[in-house]
Design a protein around this ligand. Structure first.
Ligand code: UDP
Length: 326
């Protein structure tokens, strides 16, 4: 049985990955400092509360457990905040991540898996975006992820470790088991905010820009279900362990506009959703759609929740359960 250390395993995507690794026969160790994570999301594996930048904690963790793989999710991910306070992002997403990588190298970890992002591409020069698209991130968040990818490439060249880099598009939906899902404070993502408007936790949803060069004037994004993301992590980690370092995009290959998301949420919830048309949010490209052809062809990965209605159905079920008392 292989042991995987999942950093950020109390978070939205990390907790789904913990479930997927556990269900696929791995021993799971979750490390999370609970700044943004939720303790109750850790339902698979052992939980260690702590920080990826805490060298002495890492030393005892790696000596207590024989870790075969690290799957690293623990990162700050508020793009706007990263512009206002870049050092917070470079400190956590880069400096502390390097502390973690150093411990992995000291302790003969075979695979370092990294949850990266389509933000490392910057403004797309072509759609759908393939893995070979040039990387030119323009926010500290995107740059912190890109720089760490570069560090991993150098580490794999020089040391006995392989990387598994996964670049996500828009993670969405909730685990169909109903026990884990999206709960960010503050919440900035479109789908949970639309569901907040549907359940009247918030008065309305504001559309950030209706004058983009897209069919309905609103931005188009590629929403990928968190369970599909998690399954891809297991497949990619196995391929990397057995064969070679890998880089894969993870999207579902379909783009949906902000208006389409709101319309789907109206259908799924049967609720009225009050919409305000606002100004553009700075830094939003009109269209981001990923090509996941590489992981489909090479690993046989296929999204189970490719339809927007299905994604929103699972998110709505979770939303009602999680926030019914609020
Ligand atoms: N968006 C919006 N209103 C909101 C939040 C987001 O119109 O209250 C738009 C945003 O401009 C983007 C899309 O929804 O075009 C997805 O945004 P999100 O923050 O969920 O993800 P991002 O693509 O920025 O990573």
């Amino acid at each position: 049985m292989k042991t995987v250390l999942i950093t950020g395993g109390a978070g939205y995507v990390g907790s789904s990955a913990a479930k997927a690794f556990s269900e696929n026969g791995y021993r799971v160790i979750v490390l999370d400092n609970l700044i943004y994570g939720h303790k109750e999301f850790v339902q698979w594996g052992n939980f260690i509360e702590g920080d990826i930048g805490d060298t002495s904690l890492l030393e005892s963790l790696f000596s207590n457990y024989k870790i075969d793989m690290v799957s690293h999710f623990a990162a700050f991910a508020y793009v706007g905040e990263s512009v206002k306070n870049p050092r917070k992002y470079y400190d956590n997403n880069l400096v502390k991540a390097l502390t973690l990588l150093n411990q992995a190298l000291e302790n003969d970890v075979k695979v370092f898996q990294f949850s990266s992002t389509c933000a490392t591409y910057g403004n797309p020069t072509h759609i759908p975006i393939t893995e070979s698209h040039r990387q030119k991130p323009f926010t500290p968040y995107g740059k912190s992820k890109f720089f760490f990818e570069e560090i991993l490439r150098d580490a794999a060249f020089s040391y006995n470790i392989r990387f598994s880099i996964l670049r996500y598009f828009n993670a969405a939906g909730a685990d169909p088991g109903g026990k884990i899902g999206e709960d960010h404070t503050p919440e900035t993502h479109l789908i949970p905010l639309v569901l907040d408007a549907a359940s009247e936790r918030r008065p309305h949803i504001e559309i950030f820009g209706t004058d983009y060069d897209t069919p309905d004037g609103t931005c188009i994004r590629d929403y990928i279900h968190v369970t599909d993301l998690a399954a891809a992590h297991v497949l990619a980690a196995e391929k990397t362990y057995d064969a070679e370092s890998t880089i894969f995009n993870l999207g579902n290959g379909n783009g949906f506009s902000v208006r389409e998301v709101i319309e789907s949420a109206r259908t799924v919830t049967g609720r009225n959703i009050h919409v305000i048309e606002g100004n553009r949010r700075e830094g939003d490209p009109a269209k981001l759609i990923g090509s996941s052809a590489k992981i489909m062809t090479e690993l046989g990965w296929k999204p189970k929740y490719a339809s927007l209605d299905k994604i929103i159905e699972t998110a709505w079920a979770w939303h009602q359960k999680r926030f019914q008392d609020h």
